[in-house]
Design a protein around this ligand. Structure first.
Ligand code: SF4
Ligand code: SF4
Ligand code: ZN
Length: 274
């Protein structure tokens, strides 16, 4: 199995996973979404809230703000030496005090540890009118997306099988498939349909080209066929900014490796080492 990156930035990446199966690709996708920990606000102590929102609604909004996460600086509360009481090893603390009229933004959340500040400082939280006020203290902890979506490190994480397009000898170059394709994958060259260079990976697998070809009336089978190579998957991963996408990928793969080894050990134990 190999990964070939076509783009790799901190916030998003696109890569091809070669020599895989659909089962593994889906496990990998799920591991990136739900098995890589991030920081998210879990406890909020509200000292004053005269906004139009109930405390619960306000708190929910704070929980969904992506926070920068340094996984070398924090440990999950359950593994911390403080025994769950909350300390600087397992809990990031924030304060917020804003009085209207104004919009409360994520930048108003002042972190005790600057390395765990909100990813984007311009997330609007609530509009305060004259004489409305919000004063609170918030605590963020590490956890995983499988516990709650607020801990997911990804915004979008998906894959599709690698497209395979074949065009047979019957093609008369009518161009109907070219007109129908929403992604500009096809063109006419020397009287026949061809796949435009470097456009194949953009194919949506929608098969509109096949239908267009059939409606052209050349026999009962289309001259163009769209299939997939199930051993190659095109992944697109967009992070929330809590962690660099590269770290999300590495940690998800390490998680899968750990799970596989655990399973192998269990099976070896059951079979008595045979
Ligand atoms: S399957 Fe859809 S996107 Fe792909 S070549 Fe055909 S029409 Fe274009
Ligand atoms: S619609 Fe069919 S016959 Fe016409 S160019 Fe496309 S593949 Fe060829
Ligand atoms: Zn602790």
């Amino acid at each position: 199995m190999e990964i070939v990156f076509s783009s790799l930035e901190d916030s998003n990446t696109r890569f091809i996973l070669n020599g895989t199966t659909t089962a593994f690709a889906n496990s990998f996708r799920r591991a990136m979404i739900s098995e890589v920990p991030t920081l998210a606000i879990e406890d909020v102590r509200i000292y004053d809230n005269t906004s139009v929102f109930f405390d619960e609604m306000l708190t929910h909004r704070f929980g969904l703000i992506p926070l920068r996460t340094d996984l070398t600086a924090y440990v999950p509360v359950s593994e911390c030496s403080c025994g769950g009481e909350g300390c600087s090893q397992c809990t990031a603390t924030y304060t917020l005090s804003v009085e209207g009229p104004c919009m409360v933004y994520s930048r108003d959340l002042i972190p005790q540890d600057p390395s765990s500040a909100p990813v984007n400082e311009n997330v609007p939280i609530i509009q305060l009118n004259e004489n409305q006020k919000v004063v609170l203290e918030a605590k963020a902890v590490l956890n995983k997306g499988r516990e709650h979506a607020k801990w997911q490190p990804t915004i979008a994480c998906g894959y599709k099988s690698y497209p395979v397009i074949s065009i047979d000898e019957q093609c008369d170059g009518c161009g109907m498939c070219v007109d129908e394709c929403p992604r500009g994958i096809l063109a006419i060259d020397a009287g026949r349909a061809i796949v435009v260079k470097d456009r194949l990976e953009q194919c949506l697998l929608c098969r509109l080209c096949e239908r267009a070809c059939l409606s052209g009336g050349i026999g009962t089978e289309p001259s163009i066929r769209v299939g997939t190579d199930e051993s190659r998957k095109i992944f697109v991963v967009e992070g929330s900014g809590s962690l660099p996408v590269q770290e999300i990928i590495e940690r998800a793969l390490r998680h899968l490796k750990g799970e596989s080894e655990d399973l192998l050990n269990c099976l070896t134990g059951i079979s008595g080492g045979e």
